[in-house]
Design a protein around this ligand. Structure first.
Ligand SMILES: O=C(O)c1ccccc1N[C@@H]1O[C@H](COP(=O)(O)O)[C@@H](O)[C@H]1O
Length: 220
């Protein structure tokens, strides 16, 4: 189970998340977000973080030049596209990327994933009209594809996760990774140390117990 802490806006919060055991950090390059970071902030955070943590840049229907400008100044390992970007748009940067899919009631997630065959993973987030993400809303975790529908694709569960619900979410959705932003904040754009630590701990514990029960079911 991999854990990404998104919406990092300061070196202090980046260190807190890494020390708590996060595998990946997310920085939001979407100006309307309360978690938006400037190029200067992002570069400072990148300099402070160990190279063994995946630094992710989140964009929402950004002009390609904006993405290129960030890439020129911030050493991102992964791009996260959280808007209505097409696969052609996502692949033009020649960088590993994950595609956020917002779980509208009529969306077939398996079909939606097929539209991005070169994505490294698929971040499933709640849908709220007019808001691209960071809503704090959950969705029905039973809708996360499993088995043949999933087809070995990396699924990152997001949307309204927090220390209190991540255990149940992992058990229901069986994701490869979880992503959290608002659920571990003290205030928009500022992380709460206890919530971050508890979230990572609970996610790891759920994954360990989930793995053993799967093994029992499968008889391995
Ligand atoms: O965090 C934001 O402000 C944000 C803005 C625009 C698009 C996505 C955003 N965040 C991502 O949304 C999901 C769920 O967030 P939350 O845990 O429900 O607060 C997560 O991937 C964030 O990275």
């Amino acid at each position: 189970m991999r854990v990404k802490i998104c919406g990092i806006t300061s070196v202090e919060d980046a260190r807190l998340a890494v020390d708590a055991g996060a595998d990946a950090l997310g920085m939001v390059f979407y100006p309307p977000s309360p978690r938006h970071v400037s190029l200067e902030q992002a570069a400072e955070i990148a300099r402070a973080v160990t190279p063994f943590v995946v630094l992710t840049g989140l964009f929402v229907d950004a002009h390609p030049q904006e993405v290129e400008q960030v890439l020129a100044q911030v050493p991102l390992n992964l791009l996260q596209f959280h808007g209505n970007e097409t696969a052609a748009y996502c692949r033009q940067f020649h960088r590993p990327y994950i595609k956020a899919l917002r779980m509208k009631p009529e969306l077939n997630p398996s079909e939606a994933m097929s539209a991005y065959p070169d994505a490294r993973g698929y971040l499933l987030d709640a849908y709220r009209k007019g808001v691209p993400g960071g809503t704090g809303d959950t969705f029905d975790w039973q809708r996360v594809p499993q088995g043949r529908e999933r087809n070995d694709r990396q699924v990152i569960l997001a949307g309204g996760l927090n220390p209190a619900n991540v255990t149940q979410a992992i058990s229901a959705a069986v994701p490869d990774a979880v992503d959290v932003s608002g659920g571990v904040e003290a205030a928009p754009g500022r992380k709460d140390p206890d919530k971050v630590r508890e979230f990572v701990r609970a996610a790891r514990a759920a994954a360990t117990s989930g793995a053993s029960s799967n093994a029992l079911i499968q008889g391995v």
